[in-house]
Design a protein around this ligand. Structure first.
Ligand code: AMP
Length: 283
C-alpha cells in the first residue's frame, strides 16, 4: 500500500491499474478511521480489484472554524488501519493541492441541500459536493462507497451522480455502531465520560421512535415529540433537529410510510452528533 500526496501520482497509479484491466473502488474519508470507515473499505476490497481511499479534512465543508481546527488528524494510524484491510492506495492531499488559488467553480444542488443538515450548516453540502466531484474526477472509480450514518449526504451524492451523468456506481452501507448503539464517528473522541453516556440518547431516541411505529403509531408529530422529550431528559444535550422524512427527497412527513427515516442532530456539550434510523421497512 502506498500513500500519495499529489493528484498527478494518484492518476498515474489508478490509470496503471485500469490498464491492467482492474476495476477501481473508492472510499472518501476525512481520516481518524474507525470501524465505520473500515466496513466500507472491506466491501470495496471484496467487490473491486484496486481500492483507493482518500484522507482529506475538507476545509470547504466546515462552516465552523473551531470544528475544523479540532477535527482529529492521524494519518500514520490511518495508514496502518487501511493497510490492514487491504487498501491499495491512500490519496492524502494538502489543502493547496486540492484547492489551488484562483479556483472559482463549485458544485451545488437545490432542494435536498436546503433541509436538515443544510439548514443548520450553511455551505456544508456545497463543500461536500465540490470535493466529492473533484475526487471522482481524479480517481475515476467504478464504485464509490458511502455510509448511511450520513443519510442526507448519501442521498445528495447519489442525486449529483445521476444529475451530472457520472459513470460511478454509488453504494450506501449500514451504520456501524459501538456495542451500546452509539454510531461510530470521528467526533466521538471529543466526548468526556459524562458526554459519552448522554450521547447514547440519539440512538435511544431513534429506537424509541421505531418502537412506536412497530406498535402501530403513524403520527409523526407524536413520535417526534416523544423523541425530543427523551433527548431533552439529558442535561448536556441540545437538539438541532429531530425529523421524520421520506428517504429520497427527505421531505418532512405527517404520517409514517414504509422506508421513512428518522433523522436527529444533537449537540452533546460542544460536540455535534448526527444519527438516523429507518422507522418502517419497505414492503
Ligand atoms: P467521514 O470521514 O466522517 O467524512 O466519513 C467518511 C465515510 O464514512 C462517509 O461515507 C460516512 O458516511 C462513512 N461513515 C462514517 N461513520 C460511519 C459509521 N459509523 N458507519 C458507517 N459508515 C460511516
Amino acid at each position: 500500500m502506498e500513500t500519495v500526496r499529489t493528484i498527478e501520482e494518484t492518476r498515474r497509479e489508478v490509470r496503471a491499474a485500469k490498464a491492467d484491466g482492474k476495476s477501481v473502488g473508492f472510499v472518501p474519508t476525512m481520516g481518524a478511521l474507525h470501524e465505520g470507515h473500515l466496513s466500507l473499505m472491506r466491501a470495496g476490497r471484496q467487490e473491486t480489484d484496486f481500492l483507493v481511499i482518500s484522507v482529506f479534512v475538507n476545509p470547504k465543508q466546515f462552516n465552523d472554524p473551531k470544528d475544523l481546527k479540532a477535527y482529529p488528524r492521524e494519518l500514520k494510524a490511518d495508514a496502518e488501519k487501511a493497510n490492514g484491510v487491504g487498501v491499495d492506495l491512500i490519496f492524502a492531499p494538502s489543502d493547496a493541492e486540492m484547492y489551488p488559488k484562483g479556483a472559482v467553480t463549485f458544485v451545488d444542488q437545490h432542494r435536498l441541500t436546503e433541509r436538515w443538515e443544510g439548514a443548520h450548516r450553511p455551505g456544508h453540502f456545497r463543500g461536500v459536493l465540490t470535493v466529492v466531484a473533484k475526487l471522482f474526477n481524479i480517481i475515476e472509480p467504478d464504485i464509490a462507497y458511502f455510509g448511511r450514518k450520513d443519510f442526507q449526504q448519501a442521498a445528495i451524492i447519489k442525486t449529483m451522480a445521476a444529475d451530472l451523468n457520472m459513470s460511478v456506481e454509488i453504494k450506501v452501507l449500514p451504520t456501524v455502531r459501538e456495542p451500546d448503539g452509539l454510531a461510530m464517528s470521528s467526533r466521538n473522541v471529543h466526548l468526556s465520560e459524562d458526554e459519552r453516556k448522554q450521547a447514547l440518547c440519539l440512538f435511544r431516541a431513534l429506537s424509541r421512535g421505531r418502537e412506536m411505529v412497530e406498535a402501530g403509531e403513524r403520527d409523526t408529530g407524536k413520535i417526534v415529540t416523544e423523541m425530543k422529550q427523551f433527548i431533552d431528559g439529558n442535561p448536556l444535550a441540545r437538539i438541532d433537529y429531530v425529523a421524520i422524512a421520506d428517504p429520497d427527497r427527505l421531505e418532512k412527513r405527517e404520517q409514517v410510510e414504509p422506508g421513512d427515516v428518522a433523522l436527529v442532530a444533537v449537540r452533546i456539550g460542544k460536540t455535534r452528533l448526527i444519527d438516523n434510523m429507518i422507522l418502517l421497512k419497505e414492503r
